[in-house]
Design a protein around this ligand. Structure first.
Ligand SMILES: [Zn+2]
Length: 459
């Protein structure tokens, strides 16, 4: 099928005759499910071929063993509109699925199982030898048409364990290396602090908080058990006697109108809390109010115009960004600037690499996660800051295949989009420009000269 036919399929689907009976609708739902599976199989095959071809080209270009593979998943991520981390897993599973699980791949291609289930099998077989993978594939594939998500995963794991019990145990031991702590936003201005721990340690921590809560309750504390456990966790981690006294080190970015609660149009605009995301303006003002009695606060005017950024947008001959420049970029970009990545910012990147004479200025800088900064250094990648005023610091990325993608920083809190931009996608969206033609939505124009403030609270 030519690429024009592929586009034709999409067009056909968006124009299906709506005037049909319900039996036809059910037939269509099944057909579309099988089409989705077949599309997933085709996508996996293209992905595996792309990865193999890129690796071969990198080896031919003389890259060292440690450098081969760099930037490949990032290209798939941009094309699929997913994060580079998700794409890296996907490329690995797609390669296993299409090259070493032929029976499972066939079931997916004809729509008898779903992409999710096929990828679960690939994931469960990652640690098996080639022979064991082949056995798992031929044993499980004939059952796939009648297995749901949970049973597919359980069966794949059961067969894998039976084939290689020692490997299974070794994996459990290696998993300890993955222990970590993470923070995710939750609704209603809450956040979820999670720790992935070896089971014995996790149970010990939880039991310890529980018994602390029980003894506090016995002493007459009227808080709920869950509340006491949460407060005790905070107290023990921060060394404070009361959870609510935790020193607050929080960066808030807001429009001046919001900070002062004036009658201005931005007075109730959401406030960006660094590392969390938007919080309601009233909550931000509460935090500031609580803090103001005995908490030092730093108030910085970030910029009047993003182009003149009076505090920080000074050019520097130094290789490294100054602390003020880094703070500015972190507050402006909020998350890794690669489209769809959305990982926390870990590195400050000279968009035009410093060794190529790129200046050290906030206009020429962007915040990236470590993986994206690394991918960008792979051969064939290019990035430039576009010189226009519609979206300040808009960066255009060109990948080795000649595809181009754009990313602009999110709008600062309170910025009102011009009417023309109302139909455009959000700031996380990226423009996908194929070397063979233009497609995909772009960024709307967004210009503003309203001051934004960054407020840092710390006890
Ligand atoms: Zn990233």
């Amino acid at each position: 099928m030519s690429d024009a036919n592929l586009a034709g399929v999409i067009d056909t689907l968006t124009h299906l005759d709506a005037d049909v009976d319900d039996a036809t609708r059910i037939d269509r739902i099944r057909d579309l499910e099988e089409l989705k599976a077949a599309a997933a199989a085709a996508q996996a095959r293209e992905t595996a071929s792309f990865a193999a071809s890129q690796r071969a080209a990198q080896a031919e270009a003389g890259l060292g063993a440690g450098e081969i593979g760099r930037g490949i998943a990032s290209q798939v991520a941009l094309a699929r509109r997913i994060s580079p981390a998700a794409a890296a897993r996907y490329v690995g599973w797609a390669t296993i699925l299409t090259t070493e699980l032929p029976a499972t791949f066939r079931e997916l291609s004809v729509g008898r199982t779903s992409e999710w289930r096929a990828m679960v099998i690939a994931k469960e077989s990652v640690f098996l030898s080639r022979e064991h993978r082949a056995e798992l594939d031929s044993e499980l594939a004939p059952q796939l048409a009648v297995l749901g998500d949970k049973r597919t995963e359980a069966e794949a794991r059961r067969i894998g364990y039976r084939l290689d019990p020692d490997g299974f145990v070794a994996r459990a031991r290696n998993a300890v290396a993955d222990r970590h702590v993470s923070l995710r936003p939750a609704p209603d201005a809450m956040a979820r602090l999670s720790a992935l721990l070896p089971v014995a340690e996790a149970v010990a921590c939880y039991a310890n908080l529980g018994s602390a809560a029980d003894s506090t309750t016995a002493a007459g504390d009227e808080r709920g058990r869950g509340q006491i456990m949460a407060d005790t966790l905070v107290e023990r981690l921060t060394g404070q006697t009361h959870a609510e006294n935790v020193p607050l080190a929080l960066n808030l970015v807001m429009a001046a109108d919001t900070l002062l609660k004036t009658d201005g149009a931005d007075s109730d605009a959401p406030v960006h809390a660094e590392g969390y995301g938007p919080i309601p303006s009233d909550l931000a003002r509460d935090l500031i109010h609580q803090a103001s009695a005995d908490t030092p606060m730093w108030l910085r005017r970030l910029f009047v115009s993003p182009r003149t950024g009076e505090l920080v947008a000074m050019d520097s001959k130094q290789r490294c960004f100054t602390p003020a420049q880094r703070r500015f970029i972190r507050l402006r970009d909020q998350w890794c600037r690669t489209p769809y990545c959305e990982a926390p910012i870990r590195q400050f990147d000279h968009v035009n690499a410093h060794r190529h004479g790129g200046p050290t200025s906030v206009d020429q800088g962007q915040g990236l996660c470590e993986a994206c900064n690394y991918a960008k250094e792979a051969p064939g990648w290019n990035a430039t800051v576009l010189e226009h005023d519609k979206a300040p610091n808009e960066v255009e990325i060109t990948t080795p295949t000649g595809h181009r993608y754009r990313s602009a920083p999110p709008d600062p809190p309170g910025r009102r989009k011009p009417a023309a931009a109302s139909t455009c996608s959000s700031s996380a969206a990226a423009r996908h420009t194929s070397p063979r033609g233009q497609r995909g939505p772009g960024h709307g124009p967004s210009g503003s000269t309203t001051p934004r403030s960054s407020l840092r609270l710390r006890a």
